[in-house]
Write a new protein. Structure first.
Ligand SMILES: [Ca+2]
Ligand SMILES: [Ca+2]
Length: 266
């Protein structure tokens, strides 16, 4: 008992409690201290973890705010893009309309230019006609000739072949009549009730030529009589106006009929 007390304070405790060995008590104390230290460390760890969690939570909140901010900006950008797209489409429509208007204006300008050129050409033609009429204003047809527009016409009082008729007209300062249009045809056929030679003759088969060298125009072919020219007998090369129907007929050039001459006034 005394030995035990002599071994120091820890031993004394062990002796007083009367439980376990001195070594075990020491380990118990060490364990308690370690447990305390561990608890303190754990507490510090928990505090740090709490602080870190708070920081993470704050960071997450910040990120959420940033995300909301970016979402708002993205939505705003989308709205702006949509508005710009609409504006672009509207501008494209305006551009198409303006392009159409410009093309239409160009077409109208082109048509007006053509019309202006056409009118200028007609004005020149009319001016020339006025000049020509003025030069003829003091001119008259000889006795026995009838004036129509700017020509004199003579109906023969005798009869003969086409060649004789032409020779007579030339001797009178003219030639067999050249019918240039509907009005002249109307005037010429009114000169006689009988058939008469005109200045139209076959050049080759199917080709007719006036004595002034011009070809028979398609617009005057309507004056052929029904079924004419028929080249009856294979020798009808000269043209007469039929007195009864007032239409044209090809006949044998040596047929004996009247003729009509044409010449300019003097
Ligand atoms: Ca004529
Ligand atoms: Ca005939």
């Amino acid at each position: 008992m005394e030995e035990i007390y002599a071994n120091g304070s820890f031993s004394n405790i062990s002796v007083v409690n009367g439980r376990g060995s001195s070594s075990s008590k020491k380990w118990l104390i060490v364990a308690l201290i370690s447990l305390g230290i561990l608890s303190v460390g754990l507490l510090i760890g928990l505090i740090r973890l709490g602080v870190h969690a708070h920081a993470v939570s704050s960071s997450a909140a910040g990120l959420s705010d940033t995300k909301d901010n970016l979402t708002d900006r993205l939505q705003s950008s989308n709205d702006q893009f949509s508005a710009m797209t609409k504006e672009r489409d509207q501008l494209n429509r305006i551009k198409v309309n303006l392009t159409d208007s410009l093309q239409s204006s160009k077409d109208q300008l082109s048509a007006l230019t053509k019309e202006k050129n056409s009118l200028n050409a007609k004005l020149t033609e009319l001016s020339n006609e006025v000049t020509r009429l003025q030069s003829l204003s003091n001119k008259i047809c000889p006795a026995g000739w009838r004036m129509f527009r700017c020509s004199c016409y003579f109906l023969s009082t005798t009869s003969g072949s086409w060649n004789k008729a032409r020779e007579d007209c030339r001797n009178r300062g003219g030639d067999l009549v050249v019918i240039n249009d509907d009005d002249e045809q109307k005037f010429v056929v009114a000169l006689t009730e009988r058939s008469a030679w005109i200045g139209l003759r076959k050049e080759t088969e199917g080709s007719w030529k006036w004595v002034d060298g011009t070809a028979l125009s398609s617009g005057l072919k309507k004056f052929w009589g029904e079924g004419q020219p028929d080249n009856s007998g294979g020798k009808e090369d000269c043209v007469q106006i039929w007195g009864n129907s007032k239409t044209w007929n090809d006949d044998k050039c040596d047929a004996n009929i009247q003729w009509i001459c044409e010449k300019a006034p003097m």
